[in-house]
Structure formats: structure tokens, C-alpha cells
Design a protein around this ligand. Structure first.
Ligand code: AMP
Length: 417
């Protein structure tokens, strides 16, 4: 059943506690913390403006970074409050606490349409522990609860789950913000009854991270296109040589099960027919974890199934790109999660960017394209195609868990319509 949304509520004069995602990247400049990417603040403005127009007293709560229950000044939300006020065109009162008398006093002084931003909820250990007493404290200034932070909806924390329970127990309403409503629409409803053909593109590092998504989507999709390092685990399972490619040798059994299930259901499960390979050479340097850092040298196209022993697969090859683009051209629904190669390195980004272009072209011809979060969103943005797809999820882990069919605690805590 659809969840109650902020659009459905009459909240005039009410204290509305909104869990937002203001977990923005910050950099220190001349002794001040500066926001380096304000996308998340901009994305939340619609929900906040809607609440202001409805005459609510808007109380905003978020985490920022991982302060682990300690007050870490560099992870304060104060700079976010300054930028938010500019974006809203009205004052935002920042309280350097998220619970306690200072919060109560600030909220008591609010008038309908006012906005207050609380300090980082993760400055308290009770947030991630979902401590009931901390949730009670947060809820003490809330008549209504709105969750618009999809990226943390898969975590049962005090501000994403506990506070909703307290508000609901008191007879208050708990609803989605506009952002979460869209996530549920596109990652949920739209994929339940997709226009066909429904083509799913899955890439990324590991089969083990995505096997539940693969398993669920085999039941819904018409075609599944595989890329990224996970393709090599499937290839290995089929008996091919994968050289030095990133593989999960202990996951070949689940790869075979997925292939068998796809065959039994009569869906097309497509692996790359060629690859870009490179030769790893010890650079003499160490990575952050102290392991030898490898340089990937002599990139070249490798046709056929087998990769030589001294080389590593780093991207899908040109024939695969042509084939995947052709399949995508006739798609009516597209879901994409995970890059086709090591796209952070421009030499190995072509497969991912070519898929991004093919997805945008399919969208221009009328397909619905849904980008399932994380690195695929980064890739679409890097290719400057963000405005040419239907929907990009704001979640990483949360999107994946939702696509797996798992119940997200932050969504489950909200009431049905
Ligand atoms: P994921 O978080 O599972 O979507 O994985 C994304 C990561 O997979 C990115 O950092 C890519 O660099 C990495 N990746 C994709 N293809 C390969 C590959 N062929 N070999 C190694 N890493 C890859």
C-alpha cells in the first residue's frame, strides 16, 4: 500500500520534525568548513518549501559524517544552515544541540512557516543505537514526523525509525517527504508492472553484493545485461579463464544458480563477449591499507571468453558496447545499477559512459529509465546525462536493499495512506 505523503497532510501550526539528508561533503578552507557539493540540500528544498507553504513549524534533523557519538566540530551542520537559508530565501535558525532545553526553547519560539535546523544527530551515541530515550527526546518537539532521507532509510536509527514510533504511539502522523515518495514510486511501483521489454543492467565489483537483486530481478526483467568485475565471476563459473581479473572464486555456485534460474524463466541473461584488459604492474607504492599498489598498463581489447593469465579485465569491450546499446534501444523500461568497468580511470570508463548514453537515448525514445543509486548515478552525472534519464535514486545501500525487496526500517515506520 502507498505510504502517507507530506502532500496529503494538513499541518498548519504543527511542529513537524523532518529527517532530511544533509550529509554533504565539506572541506576546510581558511579555518572554515565549506560545502563542496550542495546537491542534497537543494534536493530537500521542495519538501521544506511545501511545509512552509502549509504553515508548519519546520524542524530539520540530519546526520553528517561519522562522528561516532562524539561532538566533532568539523561535522557540524552549521554551514548547511547558512546555505539552506540562502536557498529558501528566509532565515533558518540553527540550534547547536539536537535535544534538550535549547531545542525546546527554540521550537517554543517558532511561528508557522519558521524553519529550525538542529545539530548533527550523530553527535549522540543514542542515534545509531536507536536508543528509545534519545528517540523520546527527539520526539518531544514533534507533532508530526516526515522522513525525506532515503539514503539512511535502511538504518533503524533514532531519527529514522525510533522517533517515528514515538510520534505514532501518541497518535501523530508519520509520512514520506517528496524525495522518498519519488524513490518509492520509481524503485517500487514502476518496477512492479514495468512496460516491456524491461532491461536491467547490473555491474560493479561483486556478485555477492548484488546476488539478491539479481535473483529478484530475474523474476521481473526480460533481459539482464551484466558488466563490471562481477561478469568475471559468471565467466569463471562457465569455465572460462579470467586471468588476474577481480573475481569471487567462492561465489561461482551462486552465479551458476542465477544463470540456471534465468534460463528456466526464459529471460536473456547477457555476459560481455569482449573486454578491455590491462596488465597490472607493481608501482612500488602502497595503497591506504598498506597493500602494494598496482598500475594497470597496456590496455587492449580482448575478444572471446578467455583472458590471459597476466592480464585483468577492466571494462566491457567495443562489441559488447554495440550489443548492449542495441538491446537498450528497444527497451521500454530500464533499470541500471553498477558501472561496467573501473570507470574512475578514464581509460576504462568508455563502457560505462556508452551505456549511460544508450540509456539516455532509450529515454528520449520514450523508455522509463531508473538509475539505482551509487556509482551509476556518479557515472551518469560525470557523462552530464543526469537530466536525460527518468529518475536517479539518492540512495546507495538503501536503493540496493529496496531493490532486493527488503523492508527499509525508515520506510516501514511511516504510515500507509
Ligand atoms: P559497486 O559498488 O559494487 O557498484 O562497485 C563499483 C566499483 O566496481 C567501482 O569502484 C568500479 O571501479 C569497480 N569495478 C567495476 N568493474 C571493475 C573491474 N572490471 N575490475 C575491478 N573493479 C571494477
Amino acid at each position: 500500500m502507498a505510504k502517507l505523503s507530506v502532500s496529503d497532510l494538513d499541518v498548519r501550526g504543527q511542529r513537524v520534525f523532518v529527517r532530511v539528508d544533509f550529509n554533504v561533503p565539506l572541506d576546510e578552507k581558511d579555518g572554515h568548513m565549506v560545502i563542496t557539493d550542495e546537491t542534497r540540500i537543494r534536493e530537500t528544498v521542495a519538501t521544506i518549501k511545501l511545509l512552509i507553504s502549509k504553515g508548519a513549524k519546520v524542524i530539520l534533523a540530519s546526520h553528517l559524517g561519522r562522528p561516532d557519538g562524539q561532538v566533532v566540530p568539523s561535522m557540524s551542520l552549521a554551514p548547511v544552515g547558512v546555505r539552506l537559508a540562502e536557498l529558501l530565501g528566509q532565515p533558518v535558525r540553527f540550534v547547536n544541540q539536537c535535544v534538550g532545553p535549547a531545542v525546546k526553547a527554540a521550537v517554543d519560539a517558532m511561528k508557522p512557516g519558521d524553519v529550525t535546523l538542529l545539530e548533527n544527530v550523530r553527535f549522540h551515541a543514542g542515534e545509531e543505537a536507536n536508543d528509545p530515550a534519545f528517540a523520546q527526546d527527539l520526539a518531544s518537539v514533534a507533532d508530526t514526523y516526515i522522513n525525506d532521507a532515503f539514503g539512511t532509510a535502511h538504518r533503524a536509527h533514532a531519527s529514522t525509525e525510533g522517533v517515528a514510533r514515538v510520534v505514532a504511539q501518541r497518535g501523530g502522523r508519520c509520512a514520506t517527504g517528496l524525495l522518498i515518495a519519488r524513490e518509492l514510486q520509481f524503485l517500487g511501483d514502476e518496477l512492479e508492472k514495468p512496460a516491456r521489454p524491461f532491461v536491467v543492467i547490473l555491474g560493479g565489483a561483486k556478485v555477492s553484493d548484488k546476488i539478491q537483486v539479481i535473483d529478484r530481478l530475474i523474476e521481473k526483467a526480460d533481459v539482464i545485461l551484466i558488466g563490471g568485475a562481477m561478469a568475471y565471476t559468471f565467466k569463471l563459473a562457465q569455465g572460462a579463464k579470467v586471468g588476474l581479473s577481480l573475481v569471487e572464486k567462492d561465489k561461482t555456485d551462486i552465479a551458476l544458480q542465477a544463470l540456471a534460474k534465468a534460463k528456466a524463466r526464459g529471460i536473456q541473461f547477457v555476459l560481455p563477449s569482449d573486454n578491455i584488459v590491462a596488465t597490472p604492474v607493481d608501482s612500488g607504492k602502497k595503497d591506504k591499507k598498506g597493500r602494494p599498489k598496482m598500475d594497470l598498463t597496456q590496455p587492449r581489447v580482448n575478444t572471446g571468453d578467455n583472458i590471459p593469465d597476466t592480464e585483468e579485465g577492466v571494462d566491457i569491450g567495443p562489441a559488447t558496447i554495440v550489443n548492449y546499446a542495441k538491446i537498450l534501444a528497444s527497451a521500454k523500461t530500464v533499470l541500471w545499477n553498477g558501472p561496467m568497468g573501473i570507470f574512475e580511470d578514464p581509460r576504462f570508463a568508455e563502457g560505462t559512459f556508452a551505456v549511460a548514453r544508450a540509456v539516455a537515448e532509450a529515454t528520449a525514445k520514450g523508455a522509463k529509465s531508473i538509475i539505482g543509486g551509487g556509482d551509476s548515478v556518479k557515472a551518469i552525472n560525470k557523462a552530464k546525462l543526469g537530466d536525460q534519464v527518468t529518475f536517479m535514486s539518492t540512495g546507495g545501500g538503501a536503493s540496493l536493499e529496496f531493490l532486493e525487496g527488503q523492508v527499509l526500517p525508515g520506510v516501514a515506520a511511516l504510515q500507509d495512506k
